[in-house]
Design a protein around this ligand. Structure first.
Ligand SMILES: Cc1ncc(COP(=O)(O)O)c(C=O)c1O
Length: 364
């Protein structure tokens, strides 16, 4: 009998979120971003829920191969482009669209032998300062690319650094628009935050949008807004069970370091979930969990394989009670992953990607 911890990937929620995001920019086509193994969900497990997307965007050739193996014949985009020359052979073979963000990638393309020219996304660095040509170098990169017989259509892309924050996208958007004004080709600028917060103001949405995190039921700008505000549903639920109950007296402590001291007599449940499952150790006493769908809190430190929860609000809960660490309980009650991430000082992205290999996944 395996430990009772399980992760659930909800196909209905993926479909719902994709539909919701499409409606935020109805004239744009949607790239479903499935990098990092679909933000930890598993490419194969999200495919059904996201197959109504117009394309899939990712980083790894191996993940692109898995998408093709699932029967996806539509666009697949390598967001960081190729890392070495022989990757271009795979692009030709699998018909992958790829980003060009530096001179070295243009050099590789110029030496590549291909029957069919490649579809390129030329990336502009409009302020993020990770990947892309600066505005002063962007046009010459475009001209150089445009002269290559290996290159088919060139689309234009930039990435916002502050779509989720106070600074917003106006400055980067203006720079991108100005720099690319008289260049042909499709445009794409928006991640989830850009799409939800700014896509209603043209020309931000452009021809393609490329949401990731919002597809997976996490609010890109939490705690300013939550998933209820954005009408998104959790797509990943981490659930386990109470495997022991302790009756505490006032003054009793819980777990390593005795960081929690009971103020009065209380019942606590010991849950089969710890940091080795991907639950963050940084979650201090008071982090929300659902027991049988009822909101309660963790008490004491998270250990490798276990954590403790306060059973006061759920007096009937005992051995075997369902514990939802994040996501949707069997009752339908929701604990957004963002709340748990926030309690750990991080973001939903990190928690999704960190569910460990020893946790079994079920797609429903
Ligand atoms: C270039 C690019 N586009 C889109 C996304 C999706 O971003 P998000 O998950 O915030 O929607 C990412 C993710 O980091 C990205 O790097």
């Amino acid at each position: 009998m395996p430990r009772p911890i399980q992760a659930f990937v909800h196909t209905d929620a993926l479909r719902h979120n994709l539909h919701r995001l499409r409606s935020a920019a109805p004239d744009a086509r949607v790239w479903a971003v499935v990098k990092a193994n679909a933000y930890g969900h598993g490419i194969e497990r999200v495919f059904e829920g996201l197959r109504a997307a117009d394309g899939f965007a990712l980083l790894d050739l191996d993940e692109a191969l898995r998408l093709r193996a699932l029967g996806w014949r539509g666009p697949v985009w390598l967001l960081e482009g190729v890392f070495e020359a022989r990757d271009l052979e795979v692009c030709s073979r699998l018909d992958l669209w790829h980003t060009v963000h530096c001179d070295e990638q243009i050099d590789m393309l110029s030496r590549h032998k291909t029957q069919v020219p490649h579809r390129i996304f030329l990336k502009m660095n409009s302020g993020m300062n990770r990947l892309g040509f600066t505005p002063t170098r962007f046009r010459s990169a475009w001209t150089r690319l445009n002269q290559l017989p290996q290159v088919d259509e060139i689309s234009l892309v930039t990435h916002f650094s502050d779509a989720d924050g106070d600074k917003g996208v106006a400055e980067q958007m203006a720079l991108f628009t100005r720099t690319t004004e008289d260049l042909p080709g499709e445009r794409t600028t928006c991640n989830s935050a850009g799409l939800l917060r700014y896509a209603s103001a043209p020309p931000v949405a452009a021809d393609w949008v490329r949401p990731g995190i919002a597809l997976y039921g996490s609010a890109p700008d939490f705690p300013q807004h939550d998933i209820a505000h954005w009408q998104l549903k959790p797509t990943l639920s981490l659930r386990s069970q109470v495997i022991a109950v302790q009756e505490l007296q006032a003054g009793d402590t819980v777990g390593y370091g005795s960081t929690f001291v009971a103020e009065r007599a209380m019942r606590i449940g010991i849950v089969a979930c710890g940091y080795a499952d991907g639950y963050p150790r940084h979650c201090a006493t008071g982090t929300t969990v659902l027991v049988n769908g009822v909101r309660t809190r963790t008490v004491g430190r998270v250990s490798m394989d276990m954590l403790a929860v306060d059973l006061t609000p759920v007096p009937n809960a005992g051995f075997g009670a369902e514990v939802t660490l994040w996501g949707r309980a069997a009752t339908g009650e929701v604990l957004p992953i963002d709340e748990v991430a926030h309690a750990a000082g991080t973001v939903g992205y990190e928690l999704m990607c960190a569910v460990s290999a020893r946790v079994g996944f079920t797609q429903d």
